[in-house]
Design a binder for this molecule. Structure first.
Ligand SMILES: NC(=O)c1ccc[n+]([C@@H]2O[C@H](COP(=O)([O-])OP(=O)(O)OC[C@H]3O[C@@H](n4cnc5c(N)ncnc54)[C@H](O)[C@@H]3O)[C@@H](O)[C@H]2O)c1
Length: 323
């Protein structure tokens, strides 16, 4: 198959590209290298079935060219990370709205099936233990920049849904909960690589807020095969799935686990949210997925726990040969 991965030079996208190539597919990566990097694809660069196209998903001509003759597209390109969204809110909003509609329109013209990478952020402040796909969204003010990522991704879902209903596009929407593992950067606010980098540098781990907020972390290698299995399954088309690991850990506990795993004596410092993200920042106490639907559809069951994740991230950071 000829498969397009937008955002394929990013964290999840590069693992997905590697997996699709291992299945024998031809893969075209479209990426503007804003948060992704060529380094993530370096090990694959000699593969004749991989083509990397530098460019934006907002550029209709490039998107159209990449999707010509494609059987499937995984749309992962997006402005991501709290720091990115807060620092460049307008640009991020445009990427996440215009980019998605451009890719949907091109997929529709090409007759390619399409997976949209959405996010657990769309549930907003809903802290139900075990969020299900049909649960309500509880979102803060549209004037709080923090929520613009959730708003854009929710509209992306609506766009994808309407392309499926009105134009017959075969779409799958996947709401990823915190996905982590090797190659993820901490530069844009992701907590696991940030903690690991701080510990390796001998710096105290900065825990934002009280540290009692919890998150569920899923290994990227548990997520990637599920993305492919869902888009390959016709019964999944036109619908939405949560993908994540239901095991919560508080951010303070995560920091301790990182200190133990790295053997760092650096300790922890607490930083108020206002100091980390500016005044008025809103966060949620927990976000726990219910992935029953994906389990029933494709047997989704994360196999890797937090220690596997931390070991993988550590090995990636301390690799003798740089990627
Ligand atoms: N990692 C997570 O925990 C998580 C959680 C929920 C949703 N997601 C979604 O998964 C997808 C991949 O995220 P990731 O964690 O791999 O982040 P990432 O930043 O590593 O990947 C995003 C990629 O998109 C590229 N990109 C950004 N704007 C672009 C544009 N205009 N045109 C072309 N390429 C562009 C970046 O350069 C990068 O390679 C995103 O859609 C994100 O919203 C990720």
């Amino acid at each position: 198959m000829r498969v397009v991965v937008t955002g394929g030079a990013g964290f999840i996208g590069s693992h997905l590209t590697e997996y699709l190539l291992s299945l024998g597919h031809e893969v075209i990566v479209l990426d503007d290298f804003s948060t992704g990097t060529a380094r993530n694809l370096r090990a694959l660069s000699a593969n004749p079935r991989l083509t990397v196209v530098p460019g934006s998903v907002c550029d209709a001509t490039i998107v159209e060219t990449c999707l010509a003759g494609a059987d499937a597209v995984y749309h992962l390109a997006a402005a991501v990370g709290v720091f990115t969204i807060l620092d460049r809110t307008l640009e991020s909003l445009r990427t996440n709205l215009t980019g998605t509609e451009t890719v949907l329109a091109a997929a529709s013209r090409a007759g390619a099936r399409m997976l949209l990478a959405s996010t657990s952020e769309i549930y907003g402040k809903n802290t139900a233990m075990g969020l299900r796909e049909e649960d309500d969204r509880i979102i803060g003010s549209p004037l709080k920049n923090r929520w613009s990522y959730a708003e854009a991704k929710a509209l992306d879902e609506t766009f994808a849904h309407l392309y499926a209903v009105e134009k017959g596009l075969r779409t799958v929407i996947v709401r990823l909960f915190n996905t982590v593992g090797p190659r993820q950067t901490g530069r844009y606010g992701m907590v696991v690589p940030r903690f690991v980098d701080q510990a390796l540098a001998g710096k105290p781990l900065t825990v934002f807020g009280t540290g009692q907020q919890s998150r569920c972390f899923c290994h990227v290698l548990d997520v990637v095969p599920a993305l492919v299995a869902l888009l390959e399954d016709e019964r999944a088309h036109g619908t939405v799935f949560n993908l994540g690991n239901p095991e919560p850990v508080t951010i303070e506990e995560l920091a301790h686990r990182v200190l133990v795993r790295t053997g760092s004596p650096a300790g922890i410092v607490r930083v108020p949210y206002e100091q980390a993200y500016g005044p008025g920042y809103e966060d949620m106490e927990r976000r726990v997925p219910d992935c029953t639907k994906a389990k029933q559809a494709i047997g989704f069951q994360p196999a890797r726990g937090l220690d596997d994740i931390l070991d993988g991230v550590l090995a990636d950071r301390t690799a003798a040969v740089p990627r």
